[in-house]
Design a protein around this ligand. Structure first.
Ligand SMILES: [Zn+2]
Length: 185
């Protein structure tokens, strides 16, 4: 799922058990219809600088894509609430910059390297190539400043590093617009 979200696989069906997912979708659709739930189309955008629309099916068949994209919501919610929910769920995910454990990596676009990389398709890219090398690093720790900058910096990316002991990526801070950082401080 994470690989798909980062645009590292062509479509979700490459990495899931398709017959089981199709059966689950079919059951879920008929259950949702029986409950009188309303279908709401949701955008799925890649966690990459390109923000491309994510594809679910191998075939790319519009009807299949639609069934994956549809979220089902209670008709008891007001139209305004349904719209807000749909907008929230369609929002593009945060950009993530990775501080690699292995310093020897190569940008697939320019052949260069750097302290930080961004997962791009078909490989990692340096910040200069994705147009984010002017951003400034704000270390994690100040929750208020972090929240302010997420709201005020037109572009930002979360910086993560893989923790071998915990077996997952951990947040190290944010890359933000220098002006937004100066203003927020
Ligand atoms: Zn590059």
């Amino acid at each position: 799922m994470e690989h798909w979200r980062r645009g590292q696989v062509q479509c979700l069906e490459e990495v899931v058990d398709v017959p089981r997912i199709s059966e689950a979708l079919r059951l879920f659709r008929s259950w949702s219809a029986a409950q009188g739930l309303l279908g709401s189309r949701t955008e799925y955008v890649a966690r990459t600088p390109h923000r491309q629309t994510l594809r679910f099916s191998r075939s790319g068949d519009p009807a299949i894509e639609e069934s994956y994209r549809t979220h089902w919501v209670s008709p008891a919610l007001s139209e305004k609430k349904r719209e807000r929910l749909s907008a929230k769920q369609s929002r593009a995910p945060e950009l993530v910059a990775i501080r690699p454990l292995n310093a020897e990596w190569t940008c697939h676009r320019c052949g260069g390297t750097g302290d930080l990389l961004m997962m791009d398709s078909p490989g990692p890219a340096c910040l200069r190539c994705v147009g984010l090398d002017d951003l400034e690093f704000l270390p994690a720790g100040d929750a208020l400043l972090t929240r302010r900058l997420k709201a005020r910096s037109p572009r930002y990316a979360v910086v993560v590093r893989f923790s071998k002991t915990r077996g997952r990526y951990e947040r190290q801070g944010l890359l933000v617009e220098p002006k937004a950082l100066a203003d927020a401080r």
